[in-house]
Ligand binder design. Structure first.
Ligand code: FMN
Length: 289
């Protein structure tokens, strides 16, 4: 990875207020370069990313975008598209968008995932997207309002104290069976990767990811426990489940942490058909050697 991804995972928060200026200078250049070469997600869906500035627009035009501008004072946004027809498009989008967000965090920039209440038609017009290219989420990007007052980034993540409000690991990670929470082993790098999943952002902070470690195959099976209604997007005549985007975020945190430790593996669809804990839980993918 081109940056310290573990420090970025610890340091990223949803920035509530931005310094009222557009993103420019060397940080913008670095980010532009990064989004143009960011690569693909595990399932190779086709994606594109753009930086848009709203500073020259009239208040009416801005209001039409559905952005919470009063709350954020952000003038620049990252907007991306993924092909609406691809099967794992939302997981791929979550994976790559979080990679961009964490890179921006490493540049000490503030971000905040946004998916609800957006005027996707208008955003699509701004970036010149086609009808078959969907915009799942966007993010404001810029200097956090109080960037001068705080030490925004620390690379000494062993001493970072996370103030994140997250579910305990025994609710999320299991061994062989969903009734068997994984046994703690602090020296295990896979468990560290799961801890990085635990810290990930998710819509409504629902943390829908569940991981089942398969002691026989050595695989880590990722599941989604649905807890939100799907969102209807009239422009694509489709409902989308934004919690699938969360799964992509979790997959990126897991893989990037293992990569940090030099541990190799790949994503595969190989549902082990283990008994599920409830009807809301669905198999997504497996990390395997
Ligand atoms: C896919 C996705 C969509 C989100 N959509 C919104 C949104 O529309 N509005 C909002 O205020 N926050 C949104 N969030 C931010 C989450 O609420 C936030 O990440 C979560 O509460 C955890 O807080 P943190 O980001 O500060 O760690 C979204 C997050 C994700 C991952």
């Amino acid at each position: 990875m081109e940056f310290d991804v573990i420090a970025a995972i610890h340091n990223r928060i949803s920035t509530k207020l931005f310094h009222n200026s557009s993103l420019d200078g060397s940080k913008r250049k670095a980010l532009e370069k990064y989004i143009n070469t960011v690569g693909s997600g595990p399932f190779l869906s086709k994606m594109k990313f753009y930086l848009i500035d709203i500073v020259g627009m009239s208040p009416r035009e801005i209001a039409l975008l559905g952005l919470p501008r009063e709350k954020y004072h952000a003038n620049t946004y990252i907007v991306g598209t993924v092909l609406a027809s691809e099967e794992y498009n939302l997981e791929d989008y979550g994976y790559i968008f979080e990679k961009i967000i964490l890179y921006a965090t490493s540049l000490q920039l503030g971000t905040s995932w946004l998916a609800l209440r957006l005027n996707r038609n208008r955003l699509a017009e701004l970036i010149g997207a086609n009808d078959f290219e969907m915009i799942p989420c966007i993010s404001p990007i810029g200097l956090p309002f109080d960037y001068l007052c705080q030490n925004y980034i620390s690379t000494n993540y062993d001493v970072l104290i996370d103030s994140k409000n997250r579910k305990p690991k025994q609710h999320l990670f299991f061994e062989s069976h969903f009734s068997n929470p994984i046994r703690s082993n602090d020296s295990n790098q896979y468990q560290y990767a799961m801890e990085m999943v635990r810290l990930a952002p998710s819509i409504g902070n629902k943390q829908p990811w569940r991981i089942l470690y398969d002691t026989i195959s050595g695989g880590y099976h990722f599941y989604l426990e649905h807890s939100l209604h799907e969102l209807y997007l009239p422009q694509y005549e489709q409902v989308i489940d934004l919690q699938r985007v969360d799964m992509g975020v979790a997959m990126f945190h897991f893989e990037a942490t293992l990569q940090h430790f030099g541990l190799e593996g790949k994503w595969r669809i190989m549902d082990p058909n283990f008994p599920l804990p409830n009807k809301r839980t669905e198999y997504i993918a497996t990390w395997t050697l």
